[in-house]
Write a protein that binds this ligand. Structure first.
Ligand SMILES: NC(=O)c1ccc[n+]([C@@H]2O[C@H](COP(=O)([O-])OP(=O)(O)OC[C@H]3O[C@@H](n4cnc5c(N)ncnc54)[C@H](OP(=O)(O)O)[C@@H]3O)[C@@H](O)[C@H]2O)c1
Length: 320
């Protein structure tokens, strides 16, 4: 699997990151281990989790994904081959609301213990918290890096102006800043005014900010959880807008030209951007994993990239 530099860290990571939201809950240990093995066999080294995965699952409390990864790392004895990202989520179970320093420090220790490792490669704030001063939050992250418990820090679900404020503060204080940004993003564009709760999207403001600052953007839920192709899972309503049909048609057209699947084209389209987006994808079974990893073999032509990028542009602009 191709490796790309993560932001300006000098560290190379796989161009596809494996998300593990449902590992240890919907996917039991054996199933999860098989999916991670497949990803690693394809050359992948970048695994994404969070302290809170998967508290949204009916049988989950949060922590199941980290514990599952920890057991797999131990059994495979492959910790040093992998780049492990986790996140400090908050406001569930006994984790208090907000990004207070004490929560960040305690949840880092919890993640280290559950993952069975002595350092986290990339530690994200799972989403923004405007009630805690950035100074408190960022000083805690900086402390973890200085203590060697965390290598890099990242932001997830942040608006561009908050990242700019965070970067300015870190520059002033001499602290490490948010290296990269993980946000919701797919090929379909959200309809104007769509509400995703605390989730933030990769939008025009974020793109221009991150490109200017050399920060890698990592799109999560790139495949809309299979909704592009599954009759049991309709396209979520926030993505039903004036250009939805046009974009779906173009996706299918390019998939036919490539002899590929729509899911593969979406991942390939993200990886072909310059600078590349780094999709955080997942799969619930080996067939889907195989299909999604097939995106690595696709070379999109300049004409296909232009067609994909421009599909429905005028329609959406008129709607705005
Ligand atoms: N930072 C954040 O706030 C945030 C939020 C959400 C997710 N994430 C991260 O991003 C990762 C990916 O998110 P996601 O799971 O929502 O992304 P996704 O890749 O869009 O969806 C993955 C799910 O889609 C289905 N699927 C995958 N490949 C398929 C295929 N080829 N054909 C049909 N269905 C397919 C499977 O559902 P079934 O398992 O049901 O079959 C799979 O679990 C997560 O694991 C997590 O690490 C981060």
């Amino acid at each position: 699997m191709k490796k790309i530099q993560l932001s300006q860290t000098g560290v190379e990571v796989s161009c596809l990151c494996l998300g593990t939201l449902r590992f240890g809950t919907r996917n039991n240990y054996e199933q999860s281990a098989q999916l991670m093995d497949m990803y690693v066999e394809a050359g992948g080294n970048f695994i994404d989790t969070a302290n809170s995965y998967d508290r949204w699952c009916t049988q989950g409390k949060g922590g199941e994904s980290q514990v599952t990864i920890g057991r797999w790392l131990r059994e495979r004895n492959n910790r040093d081959d992998l780049f492990i990202a986790t996140k400090v989520g908050f406001g569930y179970g006994d984790v208090p609301e907000g990004l207070a320093a004490s929560t960040i420090i305690a949840e880092c220790e919890n993640s280290l213990r559950q993952l069975g490792t002595d350092r986290i490669d990339l530690f994200y704030a799972h989403h923004d918290d405007s009630n805690t001063p950035l100074e408190e939050t960022l000083s805690a992250f900086d402390r973890l890096v200085k203590d060697g418990k965390v290598r890099f820090i990242g932001a997830s679900n942040y608006l561009a102006w908050r990242l700019a404020d965070a970067d300015a503060l870190c520059a002033e204080k001499g602290w490490v800043n948010f290296t990269c940004v993980e946000q919701r993003f797919t090929y379909l564009r959200p309809s104007p005014g769509a509400d995703f709760g605390v989730q933030r999207l990769i939008d025009e403001n974020l793109i221009s900010y991150c490109d200017a600052r050399g920060k890698t953007m990592l799109p999560y839920t790139p495949l809309l959880r299979g909704a592009y192709v599954r009759s049991d899972r309709p396209i979520p309503s926030p993505y039903l807008g004036p250009d939805t049909d046009v974009r779906l048609e173009v996706l299918q057209e390019v998939a036919r030209e490539q002899g590929a699947t729509v899911n593969q084209i979406i991942l390939a389209w993200m990886m072909h951007r310059q600078p590349p987006l780094l999709p955080v994808f997942s799969a619930g079974n080996p067939e889907h994993m195989q299909e999604n990893l097939g995106a690595l073999n696709i070379t999109l032509s300049t004409a296909q990239m232009t067609k994909l990028n421009q599909a429905g542009h005028c329609l959406n602009d008129e709607a705005v």
